[in-house]
Design a protein around this ligand. Sequence first.
Ligand code: TYD
Length: 206
Amino acid sequence: MDTGKKGLFITFEGADGCGKTTQINLLNEYLKNKNFETIITLEPGGSDIGKQLRQILLHHDGFVSKRAEVFMYLADRAQHVDAVIKKGVEENKVVLCDRHIDSSVAYQGYARGGDIEQINLLNELATGGYKPDLTFVFDVDSTIAQQRVGETKDRLEKEGLEFHKKVRFGYLELAKKYPQRIKVIDANKTIEKVFEQVKKIIDEIL
Ligand code: TYD
């Protein structure tokens, strides 16, 4: 892990309904109590331009080309890295980011059937090679995750169980490929038990 630079960039990943947003908030409180300066941000939608892209990506009612979808997530990411993430890390902050590069690989790659190598390359271009220091993947049984999402679903949450099983598989493959960066958290457990796992990893780093 690169501890030589200022601040930290931590990403939170997992299928819809994995509970990562709750965990981000818990970690944020934990870090603030330890006197770290933090920023919570998200993709899509972590920048001003990103907010407009998020609206299209999650709520556009009509045909969205698979390629257009990929590029909109990437445009959001490029703007987010340059306008928000790097700046935060340079200001010595811990940037907690809800979804990032691995979402494109899991969703547009593994679940939608896009070419993984191409998506990796596009991610590289979008971020200028800037990488998270640490990534948590919240792994949860797909049926449980679907129940957690509830009735009000956005465009991607409306994809069925098979789609979300592929997303989950994709994340586990990514974790196997990048074991240094990506830590898998068993998110089938209670909120407290899940956070215990997060805390253990964070305490080892700080
Ligand atoms: P969001 O409401 O932020 O979902 P969650 O709370 O589950 O993170 O919506 C983000 C949606 O966009 C989510 O379904 C995953 C999807 N997504 C992609 O398909 N590709 C990407 O690159 C990113 C960042 C998100």
